[in-house]
Ligand binder design. Structure first.
Ligand code: ADP
Length: 905
């Protein structure tokens, strides 16, 4: 067990002897033994013993110690004032954090101050704005099984966004998990096999939470139409468990938990008291992964949706970076959701295109909308805080400020043409009642604290006004007192003052003491003066203090009441938030379309077609075109009859960029965006597969080749005629002969059996022959020029196969030393002489110094040669070693092909 977690050994050994404070710490650590306990001592959160050593190291803070009668304990503390940044580091290091606050004022108690865990902070259940990224969701996932079905639930505890899906294959659930990229996953008893990525914190949770009946009950308490949500047991289990977990972590946060252990806290979640309910979780979106363009983790990465490819080295070099011109956090999250889940249905896609088209044309309206949307606060998180009773008066003002801009935003859509924008116009409810309530109830600039008054506006509540009147009258009476008493006593230097210990007093300097009237009572003697009170002054003072105190209490009650009233409108606020978010995302897409000269893609129906059609003129790579000065547009035309493009050209000529650009254009179109092209027509694609060889890194300890084969296996298994497949330099991780054989076998299989639309890039020239043999295959190439031994890249695609592969020239261009390049030229020349018909594959026919290399695609691949006679010993041995039971047909084919080549060589 991690020594930073659980009760410190040093303390556990003598629990009964510890000082009360240390005993408290020990017990809290025992109760929250999966978290680092931050223990409030005055202005600091302290940690002790193992936890102190760990946090000191992680947070680079001083390790000190605390000594009492029972021993000396290592100690490390962080200032409460900026605890959040430290907490963030602890979360990043993979810890959960339990914040134990003092829940009594030190003055209130004679013994040790009571402390309780007021928040458990885990990566997936954050609600603190400081710890969250505004324009991105932060999901916690739960996975549950029912027979062979796997359910997945995803919840953003800060916004209330809640999704559920299920499938029979672990792989589809894994794909959905990578789509939503949760930072934490809650798992039940049989979790080992759950498809959860490594980066994600895994939180084992009480098995009871995954129980079908309990989960059903939980869902029923949240949603009004549970029947529609209760169709799939695996899904119900995941959703119920996730809600229970969210309550377990967040539910009691405003009160603080006392004296319960983890077990009891879990039990409380199921007791059915509504105390713990997170009221702002009002909607569960169930979806079928097949409703959206499917992108697995590999495709997400290679198409640069959210993560930059290392080669660009720029954080904004992503598709989302290119598309995100949103003005609000709400819009930022909506846009990310659209990119995460591109649509399939033409009508839905075109509804977005219609809106983008309309806004792109209306420059002023679009800019005005953008400006107003910038004034929109994060309504989803705001209403979440209001609902969890965590919001202060400033949050309510922020809500009001947002509501104040809604009428103008709505006005901009008053004469919208397209249905989507007209719908939005209808849905933008300015919530006039809520706005009025806040305006009436809360002052213009309220303080952060909600217990110290100064929040509720004059005229909102008669009782409060009366209390304030009393206090004010009393203050006025006291203000006038000085003049009155001066007149009465004839002491001109008499002063009325106030201090925090003695309250109000009348001060008379020593020379005037004989004029002091009888009803003055002495309170304090100073060097040059005496201070007095009178019964009337005391009475007034009590009145003022009492009235002020009651006013503060009244204000707090009123504030809570207003907050509850607003919380009751949670669904309307969320509906408004959704409308604003959608509008912001559409405005963002229009801004990008206008600014970067995108065109509206034409979406073709899939009906009556047995494959895809993608026709792009003058297409560009959305990300690359932003990162370099000029970009050469290229066409792409793929139909069912010409669905397999074999693309050749030397390294660096633009093959990979071209392929990814075609896929991105398709994806952008299905997101609802315009696309970087002169024109585009396409049928929606079900799924994009990528096998892009350039990521020659070693993932998860497996060799590059294994990763490649793994990805290929997935493609061959799952692709169909509605898939778009990108294959870049397949078979690179093994010898040339092997690689080419595999590439060829796979391509044939995709062509004959799978029927997917495929872009296949290779610098192996002989592979272009494929196009002759396969009916729906054709060749494309990137032309380069040679001038004085240098290559000039045009990045321009053309029909047909490349004339050579220019490997040596690229080496020159890349700065490989002259003698090496010269030697390479020599070798190429040799090889070409030996093989007059060698074509472009010169670099694979390089002769080693002295003798022919083993691994050439035409040279001898094995020391033994065969000529229709005996099978050479090594080939025979390989044949015998083949484990046929564990080969897929394609692997077998590939292997056969390789062995056959060995024989032919
Ligand atoms: P390949 O896959 O053929 O090795 P890449 O697609 O990686 O080549 O392209 C190499 C570089 O050439 C890219 O990083 C990019 O900077 C540039 N490039 C590619 N295509 C274009 C284009 N159409 N216009 C301008 N530059 C391009």
């Amino acid at each position: 067990m991690d020594s930073a977690l659980g009760p410190p050994e040093q303390m556990a050994a003598k629990r009964d002897e510890l000082t009360p404070m240390m005993a408290q710490y020990h017990d809290l650590c025992a109760r929250y033994d999966d978290a680092i306990v931050l223990f409030q001592v005055g202005d600091f959160y302290e940690t002790f013993c193992g936890a102190a050593e760990r946090t000191a190291r992680l947070l680079e803070i001083a390790l000190t110690s605390r000594e009492d009668s029972t021993g000396e304990y290592p100690m490390a503390g962080i200032p409460i004032d900026n605890a959040e940044s430290y907490i963030e580091d602890l979360l990043e290091a993979g810890y959960r954090v339990a914040v134990a606050d003092q829940v009594e004022e030190p003055g209130e108690t004679s013994g040790v101050v009571e402390r309780a865990v007021t928040r458990v902070i885990t990566p997936g259940t954050l609600t603190e704005d400081e710890l969250l990224t505004g324009d991105d969701n932060n999901f916690v996932a739960a996975v549950a099984r029912n027979g062979d079905r796997l359910g997945l639930a995803l919840l953003d505890v800060s916004t209330g966004d809640f999704y559920a899906t299920s499938a029979t294959s672990d792989e589809s659930i894994a794909d959905e998990v990578s789509r939503f990229d949760p930072s934490e996953a809650v798992v039940g008893p049989d979790a080992a096999a759950d498809p959860i990525p490594e980066e994600c914190m895994v939180t084992p949770f009480d098995a009871r939470a995954f129980d079908r009946e309990r989960a059903t009950e939980k869902l029923t308490t949240y949603f009004r139409n549970p029947d529609a949500l209760l169709a799939d047991t695996a899904e119900i289990r995941a959703c119920g468990a996730l809600l229970a977990y969210a309550e377990y972590v967040r539910g009691g946060e405003h009160e603080g938990e006392r004296g319960e252990d983890a077990d009891e806290r879990v039990a409380a979640v199921f007791e059915g008291d509504d105390e713990q309910r997170l009221e702002y979780i009002t909607q569960l979106t169930r979806y079928d992964p097949r409703e959206y363009l499917l992108l697995d983790a590999v495709a997400l990465r290679s198409l640069e949706l959210f993560e930059p490819r290392a080669v660009h080295g720029r954080d904004d070099a992503t598709l989302v970076g290119v598309l995100d011109e949103t003005a609000s956090a709400l819009g930022g999250r909506k846009l990310r959701d659209w990119i995460r889940r591109p649509l399939l249905e033409p009508a839905r896609i075109e509804a977005r295109h219609d809106a983008v088209a309309e806004l792109t044309g209306a420059v002023q309206r679009r800019e005005r909308l953008h400006d107003r949307l910038r004034e929109v606060y994060d309504l989803e998180r705001l209403i979440g805080r209001i609902s969890r009773e965590r919001a202060n008066a400033r949050d309510l003002r922020s809500l009001r400020d947002t509501l104040a801009v809604v009428p103008d935003i709505r006005e901009q859509l008053a004469d919208a043409d397209c249905e989507r924008l007209r719908d939005l116009h209808g849905n933008l409810d300015p919530l006039a009642d809520v706005r009025e309530l806040i305006e009436d109830a809360v002052v213009e600039e309220p303080p952060i604290e909600i217990t110290e008054g100064g929040i509720i506006a004059e005229g909102y509540d008669e009782d409060l006004d009366a209390l304030r009147g009393t206090a004010r009258d009393g203050e006025q009476w006291i203000e006038d007192l000085e003049d009155r008493e001066r007149e009465r006593t004839g002491i001109d230097s008499l002063k009325v003052g106030h201090n925090s210990v003695h309250g109000y007093y009348i001060e008379v300097t020593n020379p005037n003491l004989e004029s002091v009237p009888d009803n003055y009572q002495r309170r304090q003697t100073l060097k040059n003066s005496e201070r007095f009170v009178t019964p009337a002054l005391k009475e007034r003072e009590d009145e003022i203090v009492g009235a002020r105190q009651r006013a503060d209490e009244r204000e707090y009650d009123l504030f809570c009441e207003v907050r509850r009233e607003i919380a009751a409108e949670v669904e309307r606020v969320q509906a408004l938030a959704d409308a604003l978010a959608t509008l912001d995302a559409l405005v963002s897409l229009s801004t990008v379309a206008a600014q970067y000269d995108y065109c509206r893609p034409e979406i073709l129906e899939r009906e009556g077609r047995d494959g895809l059609e993608i026709d792009v003129e003058g297409g560009r790579h959305a990300v690359v075109e932003r990162t370099q000065e000029s970009f050469v547009p290229n066409d792409a035309c793929l139909t069912t009859d010409r669905r397999l493009a074999v693309i050749t050209g030397p390294n660096m000529s633009g093959k990979s960029t071209y392929m990814r650009q075609v896929a991105q254009i398709v994806l952008l179109a299905q997101v609802g965006s315009f696309v970087p092209a002169r024109s585009a027509r396409l049928t929606p694609v079900d799924r994009i597969f990528t096998r892009v060889g350039a990521s020659d890194d070693i993932a998860g300890g497996r060799s590059t080749f294994m990763v490649e084969m793994d990805e290929l296996a997935t493609i061959l298994r799952e692709a169909d005629e509605h898939s778009l497949v990108l294959l870049d330099e397949v078979g690179r991780g093994t010898s040339t002969a092997d690689g080419m054989a595999i590439a060829r076998a796979i391509t044939e299989h995709i062509h004959d059996e799978v029927g997917a639309t495929t872009l296949f890039a290779t610098h192996h020239h002989p592979l272009t022959e494929l196009a002759d043999d396969l009916a729906a295959a054709f060749t494309l190439h990137f032309e380069v020029d040679e001038a004085d031994g240098d290559v000039v890249f045009h990045h321009e695609i053309a029909p047909g196969a490349a004339s050579g592969s220019y490997g040596v020239e690229v080496a020159t261009a890349a700065g490989v030393p002259e003698p090496v390049v010269d030697r390479a030229r020599e070798l190429v020349a040799d090889a070409t002489e030996d093989e007059p018909e060698a074509g472009g594959e010169a670099e694979t026919r390089v002769r080693a110094r002295g003798e022919m290399a083993d691994e050439t695609d035409s040279g001898p691949a094995s020391p033994a040669t065969a000529d229709g006679g005996d099978v050479p010993a090594d080939v025979a041995a390989e044949l015998r070693a083949l484990d046929l039971a564990h080969l897929t047909p394609v692997e077998a084919l590939t292997e056969l092909d390789r062995l056959k080549r060995l024989l032919e060589a």
